[in-house]
Design a protein around this ligand. Structure first.
Ligand SMILES: *Cc1c(COP(=O)(O)O)cnc(C)c1O
Length: 392
């Protein structure tokens, strides 16, 4: 008999685990959307959303998932025919580029593959060659969730500056916001997008675009009334925040999630994610001493603290995921955007996650390897526990 009944654990890289407090905050009758409490609550979100992004500029809220924020960000700065430079480190960079193509942009892509971060020297060289400044924006993904590759965004800005190129720097932090350190203003980012269902611990459905005045001044010809970020940042005109009915319950949930982040402290949140990632890496260092299972990203400096992509050989990714779910109630992430997909799996460790949950994930994977008779180095749990003990 499987031992899967009990509280299920969705350890995929978004949607992430929802705190009970967030769910309870959402469990209520619909509020009046025309005046009163909901307006005050929405106003209160703005400074806290800026704080998690470490920016003093603007943030617009959209009812939609991360893809909506991608489109919103592009629509506000692009004109038909504009060139954008996409720096792909996995499926999501490619996807954002495809959306730019759909909006009529000319997309130039540097594909860094599925295991390496953005090559800053290569970007600098490409920008130097663009002597007429045709590239209007550089699109980067901080953490590509399909590969768990993390890129150096401050370094990217420095490379753009060295090339003396005026392009906007637009960054997808959908997987990293509230997990891996990100400093929008200090790092010189002009536009950043994120969604609520990953580090922000709220059910999928709202997303955000942060932007500075430099980006706003670049306004092109693609933006429609609905996507226009200018209207959405005008607090005097509540109905333009959302261009229609507010996402009422998401706002209550997000308020609670931001309260939780504030109470823990952003530095402590980053530190917790780093510590949990180190436990996972310690286990994989041991497992990968024997057999096919290995981390996708070799250099710890280029690994996400929120998601871990793993190669394990076809079809073992699917077999292991199935075993963990059926036998133990643990759902791992699929091998997204990889070929063959069943040679990979991913672990989400973003948001409302702590050390005992990670020990549970690692213990379940260890049992799965044994049950499926997949070769693996022995002692991974010992290594993870030792890492945890030393840290604590
Ligand atoms: C999840 C994710 C997306 C897509 O977000 P959706 O809410 O699924 O549209 C885009 N980029 C990154 C880096 C992500 O992690």
């Amino acid at each position: 008999m499987p031992l899967s009944n009990g509280r299920a654990y969705l350890a995929i890289p978004g949607p992430s685990v929802m705190p009970d407090a967030v769910l309870q905050a959402m469990h209520r009758a619909s509020p009046n959307i025309y005046e009163g409490e909901l307006h005050d609550l929405t106003d209160s979100l703005i400074p806290d959303l800026k704080a998690v992004a470490m920016t003093e500029h603007h943030v617009a809220i959209y009812i939609g998932n991360g893809h909506a924020a991608w489109e919103a960000a592009l629509a506000n700065v692009l004109s038909a025919g504009d060139r954008v430079l996409v720096l792909a480190t996995g499926r999501f960079g490619i996807g954002w580029g495809e959306m730019a193509t759909g909006l009529g942009a000319q997309v130039q892509t540097i594909d860094h593959g599925a295991q390496s971060p953005i090559d800053l020297a290569q970007v600098e060289e490409v920008l130097r060659k663009d002597t007429t400044g045709r590239i209007k924006a550089v699109l980067a993904v901080h953490v590509d969730t399909s590969t768990s590759v993390k890129s150096d965004i401050a370094g990217l800005r420095a490379a753009m500056d060295r090339a003396g190129h005026p392009a906007l720097l637009m960054v997808d932090c959908i997987a990293s916001l509230g997990c891996d350190r990100f400093e929008m203003d200090a790092w010189g980012v002009d536009v950043m997008v994120a969604a609520c269902q990953k580090g922000l611990m709220t059910p999928a459905g709202i997303s955000f675009v942060w932007f500075n005045d430099t980006a706003d001044a670049q306004r092109g010809d693609r933006v429609t009334t609905y996507w226009d970020w200018r209207a959405r940042v005008n607090p005097d005109y509540y109905f333009k925040y959302f261009d229609g009915t507010a996402p009422t319950h998401h706002l209550y949930g997000l308020r609670k999630a931001l309260d939780m982040i504030k109470a823990e402290g952003l530095d402590a949140v980053f530190d917790r994610h780093a510590g949990l990632a180190q436990m996972i890496w310690a286990a994989f260092d041991v497992w990968s001493q024997d057999g096919p299972m290995h981390l996708n990203v070799a250099d710890p400096a280029h690994r996400s603290h929120a998601v871990t992509a793993v190669g394990i050989g076809s079809p073992n990714g699917d077999r292991l995921r199935q075993w963990c779910e059926d036998q133990c109630g643990l759902t791992l992430g699929i091998g997204l955007g990889r070929t063959p997909a069943d040679a990979f799996f991913r672990i989400g460790h973003m948001g409302h996650v702590n050390a005992h949950m990670i020990m549970g994930v690692l213990g379940t994977i260890d049992a799965g390897l044994k049950a499926l008779d997949l070769p693996h180095g022995k002692g991974a749990l010992e290594a993870a526990a030792t890492t945890l003990a030393r840290r604590a």
